[in-house]
Design a protein around this ligand. Structure first.
Ligand code: FAD
Length: 421
């Protein structure tokens, strides 16, 4: 039996391993257009390779934004412990850090690729580098071959593990979507996810480089409907917002910002509560205490205890726009002005103008519809012998190792199923 796997990323490598392990007589070919395997893995976890999470596997499902139930068989077939065991057996020891994030002990993502590549070679998988697959051939509703830049090959089973659209410089340029469409399958609209949010307000420029810790965000539309609420840290960047809490939010709101059907788009605002740990009463007391300390100063010079210095100019400019006289002595600031201060501390808002592009998105949301894939085998429901694995499928998760685990698990299940006689 000849099995061709298109794409040597996390999903493709696990597919090759599972296929060859379960059917050593099969001829397994791993086809990669780059000159190395797992180019994207090198940049995961800021180069440290957060390959999975230590949560119980039952807890994984709530960490997938789109179609978590589709992953049931794949995640139980090949769990987080299974990938850890496989890597450790092949020379990549692992460690668990904050939030259950699992990394190689070496702190180098390439240890993951080295271990997988070592095992793939040991199993006798044939790796074809710098080979781009251009099309898949079919006969009587089944796959029968692939066309590559070097010629055509006959194939009994084909696994598409070509990734999504994010970080196209790593080789993921959406080819798998074309293959799926040509096979008569549905591909849902794709959006950049786990990505920064751009904003309209000009004061963003003076905030670049600032990090806010332990803030609360609430993202709403014009009618006040809430789309995402969370606590955490955020960073200000050139034209927008990043950081853990924003990256997670992007996964939920990207479809409302990037929908190709403009009538489905929403105007969304991120409301930042700068002091979520304090009640209104506590916050007012805190302001009064500061006013006592700064009694000889003007209001604009009275926020150094309350706010990071880089935020103060933007904060007082916004206060002024709300009609508060920032040049008044703090002893003269009345209850109404204090109310404005409190309300701005509770709701320092930015109107979201869009997300970053696929070039900088950690994952792609959308892809080959799960309705057209059998979740127990990863085989296409439209064409026999055609399998899908990894980010090319319409499944995406939050940060923390869930996306790599999804690629490993669906890759393993696809490889295992494809290798059955
Ligand atoms: C900056 C960054 C950081 C990340 N950090 C993390 C993290 O810490 N933890 C986590 O869980 N996830 C992380 N991710 C996400 C994770 O890396 C991906 O979800 C996962 O690697 C997807 O694996 P894949 O095998 O499905 O696709 P890919 O890794 O994209 O692999 C697809 C492969 O197919 C090849 N290919 C495509 N088309 C063809 C063709 N026509 N012919 C031949 N070959 C082809 C490509 O060259 C590529 O090598 C990160 C992503 C990025 C961009």
């Amino acid at each position: 039996m000849k099995i061709y796997i298109i794409g040597g990323g996390a999903a493709g490598m696990l597919a090759a391993i599972a296929a060859k392990e379960s059917n050593p007589d099969a001829e397994v070919h791993l086809i990669e257009k780059n000159d190395k395997l797992g180019k994207k893995i090198f940049i995961t976890g800021k180069g440290r390779g957060n390959m999975t999470n230590s949560l119980y596997i039952d807890e994984f499902f709530k960490n997938y934004v789109t179609n978590p139930r589709f992953l049931y068989s794949a995640l139980y077939d090949f769990t987080n412990q299974d990938i850890i065991d496989l890597l450790e057996k092949n020379g990549c020891n692992t460690k668990t850090e904050r939030g259950g994030r699992v990394f190689p002990v070496s702190d180098h993502a390439y240890s993951i690729t080295d271990a997988l590549k070592h095992y793939i070679k040991k199993l006798g998988v044939e790796i074809h580098y710098k080979t781009e697959v251009r099309g898949i051939r079919y006969k009587n509703g089944s796959v029968c071959g692939i066309d590559t830049c070097y010629g055509n090959y006959t194939a009994d089973r084909i696994i598409v593990a070509t990734g999504g659209l994010s970080y196209p410089s790593t080789g993921s340029t959406g080819d798998g979507y074309r293959f799926a469409k040509e096979a008569g399958m549905t591909v849902t609209e794709t959006y950049p996810s786990l990505v920064c949010l751009n904003v309209h307000e000009n004061d963003i420029y003076r905030l670049k480089g600032l990090t806010l810790k332990n803030i609360k965000i609430n993202i709403t539309d014009d009618d006040g409907k809430s789309y995402y609420k969370d606590f955490g840290d955020m960073d200000f960047i050139e034209e927008g917002l990043r950081g853990p809490v924003i990256i997670s939010a992007s996964a939920v709101i990207t479809k409302y910002l990037n929908a190709s059907d403009h009538s489905k788009r929403k105007i969304l605002t991120v409301h930042i509560d700068l002091k979520p740990a304090l009640t209104d009463e506590q916050l007012d007391e805190r302001i009064l205490r500061d006013f006592k300390e700064f009694r000889n100063k003007e209001l604009r010079n009275a926020f150094s205890n309350l706010l990071p210095s880089q935020l103060i100019p933007a904060f007082i400019a916004r206060l002024e726009r709300r009609g508060v006289d920032i040049n008044k002595k703090v002893t003269e600031v009345d209850r109404n002005a204090r109310k404005q201060i409190l309300s701005l501390l509770r709701d320092f808002e930015f109107t979201i103008s869009g997300t970053g592009s696929f070039k900088e998105a950690i994952v792609t949301q959308g892809g080959v519809s799960v309705k057209d894939i059998n979740p127990k085998t990863m085989e296409s429901k439209k064409v026999s012998g055609l399998y899908f694995a990894g980010e090319v499928i319409d499944v995406d998760g939050y940060t923390g190792g869930f996306n790599m685990q999804m690629a490993f698990s669906t890759g393993h299940l696809a490889g295992l199923s494809a290798a059955q006689e």
